[in-house]
Design a protein around this ligand. Structure first.
Ligand code: SF4
Ligand code: SF4
Length: 336
């Protein structure tokens, strides 16, 4: 069986913008991506420039590509250490109607979360086994869950094959805590693959949702469109014309996440502002829209350069997709 096309219908009206705001982090996880916590890229300081340029990008997609839902996902490093984060979230949610989400290790003080949680639609706390204080994670999760009911607060324990017992201990501790916020587990991938795990460990990870809120809270999240009605499958077409539906885990298990040379909707459905400000793919592809060198969010001439005409599919230059959403994105093997 050979898959030649993947189609993702649920992203048609949605643009996802990942914004990596630097590489400063207060943790040093051994499995962290290269350079993610080295402090080399400082947090952006020119807030007016970010406002102008990112608003321009948002408006290009809204006006020309019918992107009615713009999601901005902020990450780092540890993004809550960026002093302008609250102002950023407030501006882009209120003024441009964007949905703002964040990946954080959750270590900022309760004072921070009480002041800024309201400006986010989705707060994802990653639980890292080496340094995590589960009591603090629980305190933050509980406060947001109880005081900001429209904010999807969720935690994900990164399951580390090199510190498996501690990872399970953390997951089970959070699971047994009575407040029913979302709790998931996710494997730490090495070279984009499920390496080093035993069969039993994979079974534990496969059952990835460990705790969910009651039905009325879930319905509210669905109304607010911060979660989808169902966990979407990958819709794949084979060369013999079969249409298959698999979850993304199946792709990882079978090592099917390799699409080099395929034409991919990266740049149409999804783009990423990297740690140095370059506008590229979430997977690391630098040739977004077929450009030889990436545009930069910190370029004062960006509004002149980022015209609707440049937006088009990307030819995949990468060895593998690094996340489930990238695997699910529409793409086609044009090399046949
Ligand atoms: S918390 Fe995240 S960014 Fe920081 S070291 Fe760990 S994996 Fe890297
Ligand atoms: S690695 Fe990037 S460019 Fe290649 S298929 Fe995945 S998302 Fe698309």
């Amino acid at each position: 069986m050979k898959i030649i096309k993947i189609l993702n219908n649920d992203l048609v009206n949605r643009l996802h913008i990942g914004f990596i705001v630097g590489t400063t982090c207060n943790y040093k996880c051994h499995y962290c991506f290269d350079g993610c916590n080295d402090g080399k890229y400082r947090f952006p300081s020119d807030f007016e420039l970010i406002k102008t340029n990112l608003s321009h990008i948002v408006n290009v997609y809204k006006t020309n590509f019918n992107k009615t839902q713009i999601r901005i996902h902020v990450s780092g490093g540890e993004p809550t250490l960026w002093p302008m984060l609250g102002e950023f979230a407030e501006y882009f949610s209120k003024e441009l109607g964007c949905k703002i989400s964040i990946s954080t290790n959750g270590t900022r003080t309760m004072r921070f979360w009480k002041e800024y949680a309201r400006y986010f639609d989705d707060i994802g706390i990653s639980v890292h086994n080496e340094a995590c204080d589960p009591e603090h994670v629980i305190e933050v999760m509980d406060w947001v869950y109880n005081h900001e009911p429209d904010v999807l607060i969720n935690s994900t324990v990164l399951m580390d094959p090199f510190n498996w017992d501690r990872s399970v201990e953390l997951a089970e501790k959070l699971k047994s805590h009575p407040t029913p916020w979302v709790l998931k587990v996710r494997p730490v991938l090495f070279n984009g693959q499920l390496l080093h795990f035993t069969k039993d460990q994979l079974q534990y990870i496969k059952d990835k949702v460990k705790k969910i809120p009651p039905e009325d809270r879930i319905e509210r999240y669905k109304e607010l469109q911060v979660i989808q009605s169902n966990e979407p499958d990958v819709v794949a077409f084979t060369e013999t014309g079969e249409i298959l539906k698999y979850n993304t885990f199946k792709f990882l298990e079978n090592d099917w996440q390799h699409f080099k040379g395929w034409k991919c909707n990266l740049g149409i459905d999804r783009l990423s502002i990297e740690r140095d400000g370059s506008i590229q793919g979430s997977c690391g592809a630098k040739n977004l829209f077929g450009l030889l060198s990436p545009l930069s969010i910190y370029d004062s001439l960006l509004p002149e350069k980022f015209k609707p005409e440049i937006v088009k599919e990307t030819t995949c230059p990468m060895n593998y997709c690094i996340c489930a959403t990238d695997i699910r994105m529409t793409k086609e093997n044009v090399q046949l």
